[in-house]
Structure formats: structure tokens, C-alpha cells
Design a protein around this ligand. Structure first.
Ligand code: ADP
Ligand code: MG
Length: 476
């Protein structure tokens, strides 16, 4: 065998083993912390509650300052998230102050096999850049092109061909679940397929901000900030996903601005995604917004029926689902929200069919997607949302649309605004008008605040899920 090849193989095995050890460590660490947290928890809750919920909860691993616990039952997860997550987090932080969050999952199993699967999917972790993980499924080949996304696709391919040269920065924007993250990963996968050593760093804006905050919190000198900047600057291609979350974060913006300039100067590619056009990022500094427009801004819209059918067909083919064209067309016609939901609907149908041991038919689709389809028929209005939010927080409707700034009313109002912007397609200005004649930047602020809280805090996530359920169930 060629000596170089041997050497390469050896290095690969070493990296593999290092990763394996890391995951093993994360599992052991989680077990240790969870064991030590037990006495604290037992002190606070009754024996009965402990037996009912906590004996069904198992440590999985520690990832990025998050402790992940798992249970077999969705119900246990819900109850724990609703009533005990604060206690758990406190107990865990008591044992290890670096744990920032505890997440509960359902049915996660940790076996050696699981670990190696996990490891295989992290082959693309670039040395020293632990956060750069690219989804192998997110490729250009797997991206179905239609009129709603062809410009974004073309731009992404151009960037992948020649990063840093023509379209810098590339700014892709559009609604949730329409393929922004997919395209980013596809660019990375494509570049890496041609040049294994390309240094690409993908980060969510959330993670970027978190990193930044951690680094200024922990330092009195500038050393860590330098390191932070180095980490993000020391790559050939930088991808920041969901840049709208930078809204209102002055210091992080400032740092990104410097990194951004450096990339433009050195002709290194930088790619952003956002849920809206740069001009609408109202709380991002003007100088940054105008630089977003230096390269190419491409939007991704809602897919038409033809594209939705093509996406389902591709998905069914790749996963070897046995499903007729007629049924696929029916699902595509019924689910016209976004691609993530479209994929979810297909999975649901296939799961149902498996359960019933039959091939998917139109009737089966109707049963499996009952909730999704019914929601579509009776449109959700701002009124319905506000009613349900008021019911949930036990406040009255006049208060939520008033100018009152009491904490619980502000909170309920922001949640109502967020849900309206998610569930009802009306202009932001109309939403502002409804909630006591506020302007559209207030609406954006409220919406972003809740998105952030929802991502940061499981309590909010639960609130939102519960209220969403209430809204969907309400029949008018
Ligand atoms: P976003 O980042 O815009 O919220 P994602 O990129 O996460 O959306 O896409 C949601 C899901 O839809 C992913 O599983 C992705 O693979 C799939 N998807 C999106 N657009 C397409 C497309 N054009 N063809 C195939 N799958 C797509
Ligand atoms: Mg995304």
C-alpha cells in the first residue's frame, strides 16, 4: 500500500478514536452529574412525584453546556417540562455551574452503535472547528428547484464554484422551512467535495452570539476576544444562519462588523441567511445593513404545487417509500405551508400506513393529516389567537390591546404578537394596529423577543406549544 495512503488512514483512525472518546466522555459526564443532582432533587419534591417521573428519566449526554435527559414517554417529558424543569436545572447547576440548560428528549438511546452512527455523521467536522457540522443530506442534488427558489439556488451554486469571488456576501432570505439552511449546507458540501481541506465554519447566529457573550463575560483582558475573532476569521468561508437574531445586540454586531469587513477585504466568502430582507432588519446598524447588499441578495419564496409534488417525489424515492403519485399529489395540494411541514406530513402518512399495514391511500392521508388539513379549512384569525392567549394567562382582551406595561400583560401581548405573525398572514403594520396602534418595529421586536425566549427557555417553549394547541383546537 502507498505510504501516504497508509499515513492518511492512520490519521483518520486517530481522529475517529478521539471523537469516539469525546462522545463517551459526554455520556459519562452526564451520568455523573445526574447522579450527583439526585439528592438535591429528592430534597425538594415528594417521594411519590420522584417515583412517578424521575425514575423514568435517564441521562444521555452533555453537549455544549446542555445536559440532555431522556424518557420513554412523551407524557413524562411534558409533565417534567411543565412542572419540574426549573428544579432540575437548579439541582444540576448546583453540581456543575457550567450547565446552562437541561433538555428532555423522548426515546433517545445511547448504545455503541448509536455513537458510531453519530460519529459517521460528523465526519465533516473540520479540525479545530467543532461546530462545523454539515448535513450530508443537504446537497444541491437533493434540492428541488422551482420558480420560488431558482435564483437562490443559482447564487448558491455560483458561490460554491468560486467562493469569495463574485457574490460576496451572499444573503439568502425567506420564511421558515423554505430551504435556507439546506442551501448553506449544500454550498459547504459542494466546496468540501472538491477540496477536502477547505476551512468552512457554519454557525447559527444564536451560537455566534452565545460564544461572544461567553467570551466577554469571562475576560478582563482582550485575549479571549482576540481568540473569538480569530476563530471566526481564520476560515475561508463563514456561514451565519438566521442573522435576524442579531437584532438589537449592539456589541455582537460590532464584532461581526469587523469580521465581516475583514472577509470582504480578503475576498473570503461570507454567507448569511435571514427571515427577511436586510432593509427590514431594523435593529441592525445601518452600516452593516448596507454591506449586506454589497454582494447578492436572493429570496426564497413559497413553493408552488408543482415544486411541492417534485419535493415529495424525491423524498419518497430517496427513502424508498411505497406511495403512489396520486397520493403524493394529494398531500402536496393539501399542505401548502412550507417544506418542513410538507416533509413532516409525508413522514406522518408513511408512519400511519406502516401502522395500519397498508399502502397510503387518500382516505389514509385524510386520517393521518386530519389536524393539518382541518386547520387549513377554518382560518385562524387574530381574534382567535388573542382569545386563547387571554384565556391562557387569565387576562382580559381590553388589557392586551391597551398600552399597559405590566409585566404579565406585556408578556402575553408579545406572545400574541408572535403567534399572530406565525399563524396569520397579515402585514406587520396591521398586527401593530390591532395591538393598540403600535408601529411595525414594535411588532418585530416583540416577535424576535419571543423567538429568542422560546429558543432559550423551555418554559416559554411550552407556553407557546400549549397555546398553539389551544388555538388549533378551537372551532369557530
Ligand atoms: P429554513 O432554514 O429556511 O428554515 P431548511 O433549510 O431547514 O429551512 O429546510 C427545511 C426542510 O425542507 C429541510 O429538511 C430541507 O431539506 C427541506 N427543503 C427545503 N427546501 C427544499 C427543496 N427545494 N428541495 C428539497 N428539500 C427542501
Ligand atoms: Mg434554517
Amino acid at each position: 500500500m502507498d505510504k501516504n495512503l497508509l499515513e492518511k488512514a492512520f490519521i483518520e483512525v486517530c481522529i475517529y478514536r478521539k471523537e469516539l472518546e469525546k462522545v463517551m466522555n459526554e455520556i459519562n459526564e452526564a451520568k455523573k452529574i445526574w447522579d450527583k443532582a439526585q439528592p438535591y432533587i429528592k430534597k425538594i419534591i415528594s417521594e411519590l412525584t420522584y417515583d412517578m417521573f424521575f425514575t423514568k428519566l435517564f441521562p444521555v449526554r452533555i453537549t455544549e453546556n446542555r445536559l440532555i435527559l431522556t424518557t420513554e414517554f412523551e407524557k413524562t417529558k411534558k409533565s417534567i417540562e411543565r412542572d419540574y424543569i426549573d428544579i432540575i436545572e437548579k439541582a444540576v447547576k448546583n453540581v456543575d455551574e457550567y450547565i446552562e440548560r437541561v433538555d428532555i428528549t423522548v426515546g433517545e438511546q445511547i448504545t455503541e452503535e448509536e455513537i458510531s452512527k453519530e460519529l459517521n455523521s460528523t465526519v465533516n467536522i473540520i479540525e479545530n472547528e467543532e461546530n462545523s457540522i454539515f448535513n450530508k443530506e443537504y446537497t444541491f442534488d437533493n434540492f428541488v428547484v422551482g420558480s420560488s427558489n431558482e435564483i437562490a439556488m443559482k447564487a448558491a451554486q455560483t458561490v460554491a464554484e468560486d467562493p469569495g469571488k463574485n457574490l460576496n456576501p451572499l444573503f439568502i432570505y425567506g420564511g421558515v422551512g423554505l430551504g435556507k439552511t439546506h442551501l448553506m449546507h449544500a454550498i459547504a458540501n459542494s466546496i468540501l467535495s472538491k477540496n477536502k481541506n477547505a476551512k468552512i465554519l457554519y454557525s447559527t447566529t444564536h451560537k455566534f452570539t452565545e460564544d461572544y457573550i461567553k467570551c466577554i463575560r469571562n475576560t478582563k483582558d482582550n485575549k479571549l476576544i482576540e481568540e473569538f475573532t480569530k476563530k471566526y476569521s481564520n476560515v475561508d468561508v463563514l456561514m451565519l444562519d438566521d442573522i435576524q437574531f442579531l437584532n438589537g445586540k449592539q456589541a455582537t454586531q460590532e464584532t461581526l462588523f469587523h469580521i465581516f469587513n475583514d472577509f470582504l477585504l480578503k475576498e473570503k466568502q461570507i454567507i448569511f441567511t435571514s427571515d427577511r430582507h436586510p432593509k427590514e432588519l431594523s435593529e441592525i446598524e445601518e452600516r452593516m445593513r448596507s454591506r449586506f447588499l454589497y454582494g447578492l441578495t436572493a429570496d426564497i419564496g413559497y413553493p408552488d404545487l408543482e415544486t411541492r409534488i417534485a419535493i415529495l417525489q424525491k423524498k419518497a424515492y430517496r427513502n424508498k417509500y411505497c406511495i403512489s403519485d396520486k397520493v403524493i399529489e394529494y398531500i402536496a395540494a393539501k399542505i401548502d405551508t412550507n417544506i418542513r411541514e410538507l416533509e413532516g406530513a409525508l413522514k406522518k402518512v408513511v408512519f400511519y400506513a406502516g401502522l395500519m399495514k397498508q399502502e397510503p391511500t387518500i382516505e389514509l392521508v385524510n386520517t393521518a393529516l386530519k389536524d393539518d388539513i382541518e386547520n387549513k379549512n377554518s382560518p385562524i384569525t387574530i381574534d382567535i389567537i388573542v382569545d386563547k392567549v387571554c384565556e391562557f394567562f387569565d387576562i382580559n382582551k381590553a388589557e392586551i390591546t391597551s398600552k399597559k406595561r405590566t409585566k404579565n400583560i406585556v408578556e402575553a401581548r408579545q406572545i400574541a404578537i408572535f403567534l399572530t405573525s406565525e399563524m396569520v398572514s397579515v402585514p406587520l403594520a396591521t398586527i401593530g394596529e390591532y395591538f393598540g396602534g403600535r408601529d411595525h418595529s414594535t411588532v418585530i421586536h416583540a416577535r424576535d423577543k419571543i423567538i429568542e425566549l422560546k429558543n432559550d427557555n423551555p418554559i416559554y417553549k411550552n407556553y407557546i406549544n400549549d397555546i398553539t394547541e389551544m388555538i388549533k383546537k378551537s372551532k369557530y
